[in-house]
Design a protein around this ligand. Structure first.
Ligand code: ADE
Length: 243
């Protein structure tokens, strides 16, 4: 059982997320559990405020540390010690390796920031800070959902067919090859003949070449990190048209 705690001033965002689809099924069958908790419940002033003006001035509001940490501590009092993660664009980039690493945790608490920022002293109470990419969202909620999905699909039993070790490692650090289903012809585009040949060795070779060519065209940064960067293979798959 993998348990997620989410600290968010918008717990209602997570209702459809945890209700439908594969995640909803995983929760219904007891493989995954979730608790959303609003820091507003732990605000001590009469207006139940979770934010305040920044010291030093400047625009916007900053989330106060007290209500957030109280919510985290409340989740841990209920469900035990957790891996505490803050979602922030200033975090370290979240990758598939992080998802694999975190999938063996029993309890993960994700803190979603909102407004212009979050009091720096929250950081000291976290285990790690993660960003889902070099862009700024309105808050950490959709980032938390992305992280939860990545981790939950690695929990044994959540997906119908178990994920192979190759898939688990993000296809060896390469982008996936293209996929096709029926019809054979769609708007002037045809399914590559090799995929209908029945020659499994040829199909595997074609897919491998497509993976490499696509990675080279779209994500050359991944090729340098690739575990077995066979230079000949990369050169051999050079194409004129970016895929
Ligand atoms: N909050 C706002 N933007 C974010 C991002 N890119 N990743 C994680 N948390 C965020």
């Amino acid at each position: 059982m993998m348990r997620f705690g989410i600290v968010t001033i918008f717990p209602e965002f997570f209702v459809p997320f945890f209700t439908g689809g594969i995640l909803g099924k995983a929760i219904a069958s007891g493989l995954v559990a979730e608790t959303c908790l609003s820091p507003r419940l732990f605000a001590t002033d009469k207006h139940r405020s979770v934010d305040d003006e920044p010291y030093g001035g400047g625009g916007g509001m900053v989330m106060r540390p007290g209500p957030i940490i109280s919510a985290v501590e409340n989740l841990e009092a209920l469900h035990g010690v957790s891996r505490r993660i803050l979602l922030t664009p200033s975090g370290t980039p979240f990758t598939q390796n992080d998802a694999v690493r975190l999938s063996s945790e029993r309890h993960i608490v994700l803190v979603c920031g909102r407004y212009e920022g979050i009091d720096e002293r929250v950081s000291a109470q976290m285990c790690e800070e993660l960003s889902i990419g070099d862009f700024v969202l309105m808050g950490g909620e959709t980032a938390a959902m992305a992280v939860i999905e990545c981790i939950a699909r690695l929990v044994p039993g959540v997906l119908g067919n178990p994920i192979s070790s190759v898939q688990e490692s993000f296809n060896e650090g390469l982008l996936e090859h293209p996929h096709f289903t029926r019809p054979v012809s769609f708007r002037g585009q045809h399914v590559p003949e090799v995929l209908r040949s029945g020659d499994h060795q040829q199909i595997a070779a074609w897919r491998r070449a497509q993976s490499l060519a696509r990675t080279r065209a779209r994500r050359p940064d991944l090729l340098s990190k690739h575990r077995d960067p066979s230079i000949e293979e990369v050169v051999a798959t050079r194409t004129k048209k970016p895929l």
